[in-house]
Ligand binder design. Structure first.
Ligand code: PAF
Length: 286
C-alpha cells in the first residue's frame, strides 16, 4: 500500500492502472477509520481492481471551526487498518492540493434544495463543502466507482444528484449502515460520548426502529410518529435536532401513499451530535 500526498502522484498511479485496463474504486473518507469505513473498502474491492482511500479532513464542510479542529485525526492507525485490507493507495492530500485558491476563494459545487433541508438546515454550507470536495476528488482520481455509506443518507442522495446533474462518469455505490451490537451506528463522533452516554446512545436506533416498525404496521399519521420519536429522545436525555419521516428518493414530505420512506434523525447527546436513519420499504399501501 502506497501513501500518496500530491495530486500529481495519485494521477500518475491511476494512469498506470488505466493503461492496463484496471478498474479503480474510490472510498472518500475523513480518516479516523472504523469498521464502517472498512466495510466500504471491502465493497470497493469487490467492484474494482484497485482501491484508493482518500483521507482528508475537509474544512469546507465544517460549519463550526471548533468541530473542525477537534475532529479526531488518527492517520497512523488508519494506515495500519488499511494495510490489511488490500488497499492500493491512500491519498492524503494537503489543504493546498485540494483548494489551490485557498478556502475562501474556492469554486463551489452545490446541489440546491436537497442541500438546504434536514442536515443542511442545521449545518449551513455543510453539503456545499461535501459536494465540492467530492467533485474535486472525482476530478483528481477519475474513479469508475465510488463507495459511500447509507449512514449519511442525505449526503448519499446529494452526491448521486451531483453526479447525475453534472454527468460525472462515475458509479455511486452505497452500503448499509454498520452498527455496533446494540444498534448504535458507527461514527467517528461516537468517540465524543462519555461511557454513560455511550450506554444510552442506542436509544436513537431504538426510536428510529420503533417509527419504522409502526409505519410497516400501516400507521400513516407521520407527524404523530415524528413527535413520538422526538419525545423518546428527550426522555432519554438527548437534545433532538430533528426526527422526520421523508420520501426515500428525494427527502420530500410524504403524501401518505409512498412505498419507500426513510426515517431520519439528528440529536445531541452531551457533546456528540449523532445522526442516523432507517429506510422503510412497504410492499403496498393500497
Ligand atoms: O462522509 C464523509 O466522511 C465525508 O463527508 C466525505 C464524503 C469523505 C467528504 O469529505
Amino acid at each position: 500500500m502506497r501513501v500518496l500526498r500530491t495530486v500529481a502522484a495519485v494521477r500518475s498511479a491511476v494512469e498506470g492502472w488505466r493503461a492496463s485496463h484496471e478498474r479503480v474504486a474510490l472510498v472518500p473518507t475523513m480518516g479516523n477509520l472504523h469498521r464502517g469505513h472498512l466495510a466500504l473498502v471491502e465493497r470497493a474491492a469487490q467492484l474494482a481492481d484497485r482501491v484508493i482511500v482518500s483521507i482528508f479532513v475537509n474544512p469546507l464542510q465544517f460549519n463550526d471551526r471548533d468541530d473542525y479542529s477537534r475532529y479526531p485525526r488518527t492517520f497512523e492507525k488508519d494506515q495500519q487498518y488499511l494495510d490489511e485490507y488490500g488497499v492500493a493507495v491512500v491519498f492524503a492530500p494537503s489543504l493546498e492540493d485540494i483548494y489551490p485558491q485557498r478556502l475562501e476563494n474556492a469554486t463551489h459545487v452545490e446541489v440546491p434544495g436537497l442541500s438546504d433541508i434536514l442536515e443542511g438546515a442545521s449545518r449551513l454550507g455543510h453539503f456545499r463543502g461535501v459536494t465540492t470536495v467530492v467533485a474535486v476528488l472525482f476530478n483528481i482520481i477519475q474513479p469508475q466507482v465510488a463507495v459511500f455509506g447509507e449512514k449519511d443518507y442525505q449526503q448519499l442522495l446529494i452526491i448521486r444528484r451531483m453526479v447525475a446533474d453534472l454527468l460525472m462518469p462515475v458509479e455511486v455505490e452505497s452500503i448499509a449502515t454498520v452498527r455496533d451490537k446494540d444498534g448504535l451506528a458507527l461514527s467517528s463522533r461516537n468517540s465524543y460520548l462519555t461511557k454513560e452516554e455511550r450506554a444510552r446512545a442506542p436509544i436513537l436506533f431504538g426510536a428510529l426502529s420503533h417509527a419504522a416498525e409502526t409505519i410497516k404496521e400501516g400507521w400513516r399519521n407521520f407527524s404523530i410518529l415524528e413527535e413520538e420519536g422526538r419525545q423518546r429522545l428527550v426522555t432519554a436525555g438527548f437534545c433532538p435536532d430533528y426526527f422526520h419521516i421523508r420520501r426515500a428518493e428525494d427527502l420530500a414530505e410524504p403524501g401518505g401513499r409512498e412505498n419507500n420512506l426513510v426515517v431520519l434523525a439528528a440529536a445531541y447527546l452531551g457533546k456528540a451530535r449523532l445522526i442516523d436513519n432507517m429506510q422503510v420499504q412497504l410492499k403496498s399501501v393500497d
